[in-house]
Design a protein around this ligand. Sequence first.
Ligand code: XCC
Length: 656
Amino acid sequence: MAEKEQIKSIDQATVEMIEKAARDGARVVFERAETVKPCPIGAEGSCCSICAMGPCRLPLPRGKEETPEGKQKRRGVCGATAETIAARNFTRKIAAGAAAHSDHGRRVTQAFLDIAKGEAPGYEIKDEQKLLQLALDLGIEIGDRSNNEIAIDIGETLLNEFGKQKGELLFLKRAPLKRQEIWRKEGVAPRGIDREVVEAMHRTHMGVDQDYRNLLLQGTRAALADGWGGSMIATDLQDIMFGTPAPVASQINLGVLQEDEVNIIIHGHEPQLAEMLAIVSQDREMIEYAKSKGAKGINLAGMCCTANEVLMRHGVPIAGNFLQQELAIVTGALEAMVVDVQCIMQGLANVAQCYHTKVITTDTRAKIEGATHMEFDEHNAVESAKAIVKAAIDNFPNRKKNVYIPQQKTDLIAGFSHETINYLLGGLFRASYRPLNDNIINGRIRGVAGVVGCNNVRATHDDGHVRMVKELIKNDVLVLQTGCSAMACAKVGLMVPEAAAEYAGEGLASVCEAVGIPPVLHLGACVDNSRILIAATAMVKDGGLGDDISDLPVAGAAPEWMSEKAISIGQYFVGSGVFTVFGVTWPTLGSKEVTDYLFKDFEEMYGGMWAFEPDPIKAAHMMIEHIDKKRKALGIDKARERVLYDMAMRRELDAV
Ligand code: XCC
């Protein structure tokens, strides 16, 4: 029997562009995925390629139980067990993910220092309040010093976090005290960001750490160095330099591209260039230049996490999420695809050959064969950005006949930073999470879920995110989102206040309507998952919901994950006490022991644990079950029953 064909996407714009790509002869990710199938042994984490005696492939016996003798024999050439191999592969994924977020954080810190020293004209410190708060957090003197003097000390202190060899990362102190104690007890409090990544790479080298528990201990430490280190530093400093996000309206999907304007997409992760492009693309001189080439104006849009950064702070529209990157070129209406780092498919350069689009790499760490490299330099940001915009404008007259922009675009509200949530809930003078905690305690809100992460071409595009989030809000779970997951839900209209009445359960809807927020809140890019850690900590500190993150009725998920960064994020959530469920595939299934350790034993150690469930509805119910378990432990389960009873009574009364 033929294999049932997987539906490629639930998004009409995506479907239309896949069809156009086929007509135009452009090979995109959806087509490549049909010819390149995943290796089943690698997918389970059972292929070891870390030395030249292998790769050793250790498949599980198919269709039957593994016998003890079989398990004994299932070893690599060096004698490594399936447990060691799975744990090593998993730890390496964490190290790569933590490295990506943290190298982003490092470059942001360097830019922050340059700005403070006056060496990066065109940028400034935008959020003074957050600067001073951070100085207080770090014990840096404020006195009557200038913002720049304070910022230099902050920048140097945080830059030191990357290469620190001893002690603990400074931001660990932001966590609830009980959480800090757990980290110390388990020996996973990170010392320095780079140190933990390097040690993870060392310990997973051939012939070093060969105890899966010990390997995963280092994996946890490296992941925590991402969440409470590199990512958190990136978020804080970006907010100070570019402004802490506040609610902003915009639009999303390929329909934001304009037929008669110069279309530029900024794609990747670091916001420095994107910030400057947002300014320069509005420059009168640039717009005039665009007009001289026959365009009506310049249209900047975002893709992937850079998109989230400039959406949150400027309302720049989003053209799409991860799996739509090549499809933006397929419209035939894109003058320049400007990329920096992470999640950029090499296929872009190939697809661009069928159209006029210029793929422009801008970062010395990320070049692509066949693309044009135009180095972006923060010291000369305005000029660098102008050169890129000019190159896009110059490309406008080269558009070919095969232009078609799908009509789909959806309104959304973004900009829900921790500070904004605090303010919206509590008001300017008494900003607090109290109303959120109270509504959780009284049962109107059942709990809070973070649904984040990528798209994965092995699952129907956007479907997992949308179905999971709809199920959660229907069951009164407030959803916080970042990354490509946020974009999937924004595209179907879940990020406008009206979505509360349409999709949320009565309890959640009543709170959203009172505060005027959507039931699904966009918190930003993937480094901004650190905002979720801070929000969870604020809930603990506000009282009434236990004394650790693991006591809260919260859960996390990445239903369509694909990147190593997602594994690092998941691991730091689990290590911070959060139950976290991933979809699509799970990279340790080749070892039952390692999988059980992550899914069960971790709960004893960290209060949080992993789960794997490819069905988004079932996964949502696993999250709800966990939330209910936590409500019961807190003794607030009865409150919710009362609320539901009240509603039933109300309905009865209404019927009379
Ligand atoms: Fe990349 Fe951040 Fe994943 Fe999207 S969600 S595919 S990592 S852009 Ni981060």
